[in-house]
Write a protein that binds this ligand. Structure first.
Ligand SMILES: C[S@@+](CC[C@H](N)C(=O)[O-])C[C@H]1O[C@@H](n2cnc3c(N)ncnc32)[C@H](O)[C@@H]1O
Length: 198
């Protein structure tokens, strides 16, 4: 007899609320649950008094996965930045813990002022398609970078495909990173900033 497949865990309430918000507002760019679950897992491992950056808040799905991963911790600071004020306002509809800050800005304009991070979810064109080197430089030694949408079901256009190939090449060959590709969800690359030479 074949074992029945393990049940898929239900979405945590904070995450279910974020996806409901996205549906209500017709926002279709939220990270997939496969990506979010990894993000939550990585958030849970951030060191004491750590810092997490999300580039591209959207309506708060990624942020909600981070909040879920941190659970009862209140020592970690979470910063999420979106260039679109309307989208960010929708994300603000959620009641976030006091240690979550949502900014409206082009993330590349504020990156230097924001400092360095233990975990970065680079989920906006700024900081990923452009300025990826600056994103990598914003990782603390041992810091972890997650990017998704590396193998989407379809390319929006040639530029999308070209930029994604460039992101992949940069991440997989960067001397400061140890990286791996994960063929699940929309396709992810996970990188850790080396502790030597940082
Ligand atoms: C894929 S969505 C983010 C989804 C979100 N991280 C999640 O997991 O649900 C990309 C977002 O990046 C924002 N964005 C695009 N360019 C940006 C930039 N240069 N700086 C900040 N946000 C940017 C867009 O407005 C959009 O809301």
């Amino acid at each position: 007899m074949r074992a029945s497949p393990a049940p898929v865990p239900e979405l945590p309430p904070v995450v279910a609320a974020a996806y409901a918000r996205a549906r209500r507002h017709g926002f279709v760019l939220s990270c997939e649950p496969e990506v979010g679950r990894l993000l939550a897992t990585l958030a849970a491992g951030v060191p004491t008094d750590g810092r997490i950056l999300e580039m591209g808040t959207g309506v708060g799905a990624g942020t909600s996965w981070i909040v879920h991963g941190l659970g009862a911790r209140d020592d970690v600071r979470v910063t999420s930045v979106d260039v679109d004020g309307e989208t960010s306002a929708i994300a603000r509809e959620a009641g976030w813990p006091a240690w979550v800050t949502l900014h409206v800005a082009d993330v590349l304009d504020v990156l230097q002022a924001l400092g360095r991070f233990d975990l970065i979810f680079a989920d906006a064109q700024g900081g990923k398609w452009t300025g990826l080197g600056r994103t990598i430089a914003a990782l603390r030694p041992g810091g972890v970078l997650l990017v998704d949408d590396m193998t989407p079901p379809a390319w929006m256009d040639d530029a999308h495909e070209r930029h994604t190939a460039q992101v992949r090449a940069t991440l997989l060959t960067h001397p400061d990173l140890v990286t791996t590709e994960l063929a699940c969800g929309s396709g992810m690359i996970l990188g850790t900033r080396r502790r030597d030479g940082a």
